[in-house]
Design a binder for this molecule. Structure first.
Ligand code: ADP
Length: 191
């Protein structure tokens, strides 16, 4: 299977690719953050390492001002040393078996991030696979939720963005997102 796949939704390019989110040349990358906005491990640790102390300080200041970030919400900070100028921090749900509003909260994390990007007049954004690492959300279940949420947002906000990129860390994750995209019902209303 190819390492890159692209589609078009409402005038926005939707790209699925295998790669490292910390090196993406987009306006904003999204961090799968914890509510405390501390570096932690996984993709968040990698983003904070690459962004350096200025990014970690900016996140800590938002935490002091606003308290812990609720699941499904998003905040934006400058990125420090990253190629992308902005980091949008959002908190995905911890997987607790699937009957605790996980899908709704995951969709909200994607929508909140996109809304923040548009509000800041950004044109391109890259997402990791939110919640499917330490938070335990099975990637085969998360991928269709993520893609439907993004597709719904892009349909509702035509041309608001030039590109939305999913940067998947493993070939297996990319395959899961690719398969989920092919399997999305064309006309189903998106949440
Ligand atoms: P969560 O706590 O939301 O589950 P994790 O960071 O544990 O977040 O994992 C989310 C996803 O990010 C996982 O699929 C993990 O493999 C992936 N990931 C880790 N490092 C990177 C990176 N540098 N770029 C893109 N994805 C990454």
């Amino acid at each position: 299977m190819s390492e890159r796949f692209a589609a078009e939704v409402g005038g926005t390019r939707l790209v699925l690719l295998r790669g490292d989110i910390t090196t993406q040349d987009v306006d904003a990358i999204v961090n799968a953050a914890n509510p405390e906005l501390t570096p932690g491990g996984g993709v968040s640790g990698a983003i904070h390492r690459a962004g350096g102390p200025a990014l970690t300080r900016a996140a800590a200041q938002i935490r002091r001002e606003r308290g812990p970030l609720p699941t499904g919400e998003a905040v934006i900070t400058p990125s420090g040393k990253l190629r992308a100028r902005w980091v949008i921090h959002t908190v995905g749900p911890v997987w607790r078996g699937g009957r605790h509003r996980e899908a709704d909260l995951l969709a909200r994390a994607y929508r909140s991030s996109l809304a923040l990007a548009v509000a800041h007049l950004l044109r391109s954004i890259a997402f990791p696979s939110i919640s499917t690492g330490v938070y335990g959300y099975p990637v085969e279940e998360a991928a269709p939720v993520a893609l439907r949420a993004v597709r719904g947002f892009l349909r509702a906000h035509p041309q608001a963005l030039d590109e939305v990129r999913f940067v998947l860390f493993s070939a297996g994750d990319l395959a899961a997102y690719r398969q989920a995209w092919e399997g999305l019902p064309a006309e189903a209303p998106d949440p």
